[in-house]
Design a binder for this molecule. Structure first.
Ligand SMILES: Cc1ncc(COP(=O)(O)O)c(C=O)c1O
Length: 193
């Protein structure tokens, strides 16, 4: 099961109904996907933080890049929130759900493959879980294992053609969010465990 995570709603809607089955012993991989430019679940610490830059929300325990996080200009705009839904974060923290991060060029490559084979153009956000699903399918091809791979198709990419144009003309830049920036943003968080 693969879904992309901005704040976590669409992915939680897809995978939470299967979490009990997994906890009861069923062999289900639940994998959240996100951009390397906003690596909340894959690189951020599990801390109390505000949900907003104005510090108006209650403190929430979640993986967070810090509420002063300024998102890099990547095309998957909907995946650039500094934190994620606390319930989703807890399940990642407990090892029930895994997370993977991808660079935007490999994500768009997967999206083009998907479009050419399925006839449907995914949004750049959705393309992250398409990339996760294609990776898994290629692994199955190698091992011969049969698997049912489910993706949360969160949206179409008809309004993102400029992003596809940038990818196809080689203008998309991959970006890894710097560790120093994470540390800088976290320095302003309340010190609560
Ligand atoms: C197409 C698409 N998919 C996924 C997301 C992220 O959704 P969520 O915040 O539910 O994780 C967005 C957010 O804007 C989006 O536009």
């Amino acid at each position: 099961m693969r879904g992309c995570v901005g704040g976590g709603s669409n992915f939680a809607g897809q995978c939470f109904p299967f979490v009990k089955d997994k906890l009861d012993g069923q062999d289900i991989d639940i994998i959240a996907t996100e951009p390397t430019a906003c690596p909340t679940l894959t690189r951020a610490p599990f801390r109390y933080d505000f949900g907003d830059t104005a510090e108006l929300t209650p403190l929430l325990k979640m993986y967070t890049l810090g509420h002063s996080f300024v998102p890099p200009p990547i095309h998957a705009g909907g995946l650039r929130y500094h934190g994620d839904a606390p319930l989703l974060c807890l399940l990642v923290n407990q090892g029930v759900i895994e997370a993977r991060a991808f660079h935007q060029n490999e994500v768009f490559e997967a999206a083009i493959t998907f479009t050419r084979t399925e006839g449907s153009l995914p949004a750049p956000e959705t393309a992250h879980c398409v990339k996760g699903a294609i990776d898994e399918a290629l692994k199955c091809k190698e091992t011969g294992e049969e698997k049912c791979i489910v993706i949360a198709y969160s949206g179409h990419g008809f309004f993102d053609l400029a992003a596809y144009d940038a990818y196809l003309t080689g203008d998309l830049v991959d970006y890894e969010y710097p560790e120093a920036k994470i540390q800088e943003a976290l320095a302003s968080l309340p010190d609560i465990e």
